[in-house]
Design a protein around this ligand. Structure first.
Ligand code: NAI
Length: 277
């Protein structure tokens, strides 16, 4: 069942909307007869995406960088000026250029886009949505890497852990705010074949979902009212994610070393744990 706001006439604003998961969501919104604004830093991809969506004046595009709050403010002024409302805000733009713990390369950029972009989008658009007094949803794209924080790309993990904490705080604020009719949701994709994960590949690996599968799952989950939109993929079912998440939390509860899942003295115990029924 669709969320009541995924409906004709409703307005969506999607960052990172020119490609991947953002574009797949924008496509579903257009199919639901909504009006959709896509925002992206990549102007060429943005133009192509407008053509792909092919919905005439039900589509707007904004070339902007989510790390720059002023650019989002300009877009918000133009959007509210033209369409007088916003019902579905998707803060989704993200990058993954790689990082290591002791080298500062990429840290500022990753934090500014993946975390800063979500804080900016929320703080620019949600007050306007609240002032309009209508129902709304905010979907912020996080990652499993912000929950189980695997070794390999600490800047990305830190940013996505921040997205989780920020979006939880947002939902708590909104549900306790007098008169607010807006809910927040954390989209946690699985492995999705997009520009972000493609690397040198030209074909989708069997393990990965398509952006469209991810968008469909996300909208079903949103329709059920889930806060945590925890997507599986072709390799990782929900039950395995649940065990990985519980094990990561267990590092503190059981006083294990951090990231024990990847620790030589614990890896076997983790493996026994996940393979237990
Ligand atoms: P993608 O690369 O296909 O799409 C991301 C879009 O964001 C691109 O169009 C890009 O131009 C845009 N973008 C990047 N920096 C921007 C900026 N500063 N301002 C505005 N737009 C900007 O990647 P994908 O996979 O669709 O990523 C969407 C979100 O999903 C990201 O937040 C990513 O971290 C997250 N994610 C993706 C997973 C995957 O397996 N693909 C897994 C978990 C999370």
């Amino acid at each position: 069942m669709n969320h009541p706001l995924i409906a004709p006439g409703c307005v969506a604003f999607v960052t990172g909307g020119a490609a991947g998961i953002g574009l797949a969501l924008a496509r579903r919104f257009i199919e639901a007869d909504m009006r959709v604004a896509i925002a992206d830093k990549n102007e060429a991809a943005l133009e192509e995406a407008v053509d792909i969506l092919g919905a005439g004046d039900r589509v707007k595009s904004f070339a902007l960088d989510v790390a720059h709050r002023g650019e989002l403010e300009l877009a918000a002024d133009r959007l509210f000026g033209a369409w007088e409302g916003l019902h579905v805000l998707v803060n989704n733009a993200g990058i993954q250029p790689g990082s290591t713990v002791l080298d500062d390369a990429n840290w500022d950029h990753v934090l500014a886009v993946n975390l800063g972009g979500i804080v900016n989008g929320t703080q620019v658009f949600v007050p306007r949505m609240l002032a309009a007094g209508e129902e709304g949803v905010v979907i912020n794209t996080g990652s499993k890497q912000g929950i189980t924080t695997p070794p390999g790309d600490p800047a990305y993990n830190v940013a996505k852990a921040g997205v989780k904490a920020f979006t939880e705080a947002l939902e708590h604020d909104l549900r306790n705010r007098e008169g607010a009719r807006i809910s927040a949701h954390l989209l946690i994709p699985g492995f999705v074949y997009t520009g972000l994960t493609k690397g040198g590949r030209t074909e989708k690996p069997a393990a990965a979902w398509t952006p469209e599968e991810t968008a469909d799952f996300a909208l079903q989950s949103l329709g059920r009212g889930d806060f945590y939109i925890l997507c599986p993929d072709n390799d990782v079912p929900r039950a395995l994610d649940e065990k990985r998440i519980a094990w990561a939390a267990g590092d503190i509860v059981e006083n294990r070393p951090p990231l024990s899942r990847w620790h030589k003295d614990w890896a076997e115990r983790f493996s026994t744990y996940v393979n237990r029924d």
